[in-house]
Design a protein around this ligand. Structure first.
Ligand code: SF4
Length: 299
């Protein structure tokens, strides 16, 4: 059985926040097609049957904006998903926490975008966001995009998370969707972030799997990645949007949505096998073949 650590499922591109660095998500309003629930059922049952999937992670945009989210999660669980993840900006958690708390186990990651979007954001505000999320969801992980502008706040919130055993993932700013001057003014290299954390907290982050720098103890971890992580995430599937895989399978585009619409398992598995076996990125191929990737978009 082929192993796939993460299957990321984007259930909407809509978002209630407009982060200036957003990776093309959270920018569009798309209408959910009800038939996608059946399509998703077919898709996820095929995937879970054929691949050893570590975690099915629901994301967006902001996934809590999709009224079908818990239906999708329950379908994934019915078909044997071992672990369910949810990545949210946290704003809508108060509305859905009772419902979400029934889903077990659920790995909830809260992206602390307020640090980059709220004008008068300070450490008290951030600590409150994090502690509220922990109170509602039990255990959460925190994601934060690190910039020159927020690095001092990031240092403080890392200290808070270390003291409270809350795991964090610090993400280097990615250029691809930022305007150039804003990117240059804000970019801070992941190696500098690591050095700052080493100095501040005396923790040593070790390179793992050539992707992450990680510090961990028995209860929590601090992870730092370079921005190319976005391209290395092997699979992003949205049941509502056309998804194209391209690469050494040939020059033609493969639409996973076509495969799903036609209930064409062979095409689906061809694309998936290719992406899993050569899970290189569109910007950094790790094999001699044409880079393989699956991109989300309205092609
Ligand atoms: S919260 Fe996430 S999806 Fe929404 S705009 Fe920000 S980065 Fe994009």
């Amino acid at each position: 059985m082929l192993r796939l650590e993460h299957l990321r499922v984007s259930v909407t591109t809509d978002c209630n926040v407009r982060c200036w660095y957003c990776f093309n998500e959270g920018q569009k309003k798309e209408k959910l097609d009800m038939s996608s629930v059946d399509d998703f059922r077919w898709f996820i049952s095929k995937m879970l049957n054929r691949y050893d999937i570590g975690i099915v992670r629901f994301t967006g945009g902001e996934p809590l904006l999709n009224p079908q989210l818990t239906t999708f999660i329950n379908i994934a669980k019915e078909h044997g998903a071992k672990s369910i993840g949810l990545t949210t900006n946290g704003d809508l958690l108060p509305r859905y926490c009772t419902e979400l708390n029934q889903i077990s186990p659920l790995q909830c990651t809260v992206s602390l975008h307020q640090i980059n979007t709220k004008k008068d954001c300070d450490i008290e505000y951030l600590e409150k966001c994090v502690s509220n999320a922990v109170e509602m969801m039990g255990k959460v992980k925190i994601n934060v995009v690190v910039t020159q502008t927020n690095i001092d706040l990031v240092r403080q919130i890392v200290g808070y998370c270390l003291r409270n055993n809350i795991s964090m993932f610090l993400i280097e700013l990615n250029q691809s969707n930022s305007d150039c001057s804003k990117f240059s003014a804000n970019f801070i290299n992941h190696k500098d972030i690591i050095q700052i954390l080493n100095q501040d907290f005396g923790i040593e982050l070790m390179l793992r799997d050539n992707v992450f720098y990680i510090y961990e103890n028995e209860t929590m971890s601090i992870k730092v990645s370079d921005s190319a992580i976005l391209y290395r995430t092997p699979i992003v599937i949205s049941p509502m949007f056309s998804v194209s895989a391209y690469g050494h399978l040939g020059q033609r585009n493969f639409s996973i949505v076509d495969a799903i619409n036609n209930k064409d398992a062979k095409s689906l598995f061809d694309v998936m096998d290719c992406a899993i076996n050569y899970s290189c990125s569109s910007c950094e191929p790790i094999c001699n073949r044409t880079p393989v990737g699956i991109s989300l978009g309205n092609f």
